[in-house]
Design a protein around this ligand. Structure first.
Ligand code: NAD
Ligand code: GLY
Length: 370
């Protein structure tokens, strides 16, 4: 597919007739071949935002120009605070305003916010049009662009309105990571670290040994981290596409993390920052429940700190901080009949989903917030 790219790696997501490839390599974005053999259409719509468009839209347009007669674009306002109905509607306005049809292919050029919104728009426009993920953040390359979860936020909860809808392809161009601000790179490292404790301790050891190279955005190190993360996610999603069981382990750190995001207001902490800190809390809870020892909690906490991420949660309420966390966590999609469910480590490299005694959860929140 790509003669100019000597380091192209492909990870396959096996989902019967919804299977697709994740392409990982350098200089993928600007090559026409990267976008060959997709569903045929007269028009494409590039969904991106005001920050990413000046950096990469022209390159993508050039690569798509041999495949589509018309290439439209929509530039969304940047940020998690805009992952909402109003911004989603801008995509529909453009699709309808440009007389797009049900074959139009959407290209999500951006981080997880653009990817989640473009994916949801693709899932619902004319009851479903094809879309391609072109993730430009580390977080999006290792997690959000893969597996078909699409959504927008509601003021009362993260990713509350959305759909499972798989892309036709995911294109991870490692070159675009070079323009990523350091804080965003760290946020992506949180989701990479996540895969170790829940699924692959050898990968965790590798991340530990290569953290400096990853923070420096070394291409070889990034290629391995993106590929291994996508392999683990592909395996999990291949077993449980719609999260009826196993897939929930990918939410390690997210129950606490979503409470931080919603509690502070979306966009205050980055999603990856909240997940990093949430993993510290989830590991502490796992240790308190006797499932792992404290030595690993310290090792994980140190690695998250070395990744440049916060390890102490914010105080959401001076009077009853734990109560405030619990109130937000009740809205988590994993909650069942009012019982908050946590992804806990169950030994090293394994995870399980379970409720936890409220007193223990409160103690962890008290200990882990500052
Ligand atoms: P983001 O999409 O907000 O992007 C982060 C910032 O980096 C933005 O300001 C963006 O404009 C900028 N940016 C993107 N690419 C850039 C580049 N190459 N160079 C310079 N700047 C660039 O944040 P994110 O961390 O990518 O995604 C977070 C979102 O992903 C959250 O909404 C979260 O809920 C969602 N998410 C979804 C899934 C899923 O499975 N669907 C999984 C994890 C996270
Ligand atoms: N990011 C969690 C999932 O895709 O299931």
């Amino acid at each position: 597919m790509n003669t100019l790219n000597k380091h192209l790696e492909t990870v396959r997501i096996n989902l019967a007739d919804r299977s697709y490839d994740i392409l990982i390599g350098e200089n993928l974005l600007g090559q026409s071949g990267t976008f060959g053999q997709l569903p045929q259409a007269a028009a494409a719509l590039i969904v991106t935002n005001t920050t990413i468009s000046p950096l990469y839209e022209a390159t993508l347009r050039q690569a798509l120009s041999g495949h589509y007669k018309q290439i439209h674009s929509v530039h969304l306002p940047d940020g998690e605070a805009h992952k909402d109905w109003v911004t989603l509607n801008l995509i529909f306005d453009t699709l309808l305003g440009r007389a797009c049809d049900r074959k139009t292919v959407l290209f999500a050029l951006g981080g997880g916010v653009v990817g989640d919104m473009a994916g949801f728009a693709a899932a619902s426009f004319m009851r479903g049009v094809p879309f391609v993920q072109v993730p430009t953040t580390l977080l999006a390359q290792v997690d959000s662009s893969v597996g078909g979860k699409t959504a927008i936020n509601h003021p009362m909860g993260k990713n509350m309105i959305g759909a499972f809808y798989q892309p036709q392809r995911v294109v991870c161009d490692l070159g675009v990571l070079k323009t990523l601000p350091a804080r965003e790179l760290s946020a992506g490292l949180a989701e990479i670290i996540k895969y170790g404790p829940i699924a692959d301790m050898a990968f965790f050891d590798w991340i530990d040994a290569n953290m400096d190279a990853l923070k420096a955005c070394d291409t070889q190190a990034m290629a391995h981290a993106v590929k291994r993360s996508c392999e683990i996610k592909a395996f999990v999603v291949g077993q449980d596409e719609r999260e009826s069981g196993l897939r929930a382990i990918l939410n390690f750190g997210h129950t606490f993390g979503h409470a931080i995001e919603a509690g502070l207001g979306f966009g205050q902490w980055l999603h990856g920052e909240a997940v990093g800190c949430g993993m510290v809390m989830a590991a502490n809870l796992s240790a308190d429940m006797g499932l792992i020892d404290l030595a690993f909690v310290k090792r994980l906490t140190d690695l998250i700190e070395r990744a440049g991420l916060p390890i102490k949660g914010p105080v959401l309420n001076a009077q009853d901080n734990a109560g405030q966390y619990l109130a937000h966590m009740l809205h988590d999609k994993k909650s069942v009949a009012g019982d908050i469910q946590f992804v806990l480590m169950d030994g090293l490299g394994k995870a399980r989903v379970s409720a936890a005694p409220e007193a223990m959860v409160r103690a962890v929140i008290d200990r882990c917030c500052a």
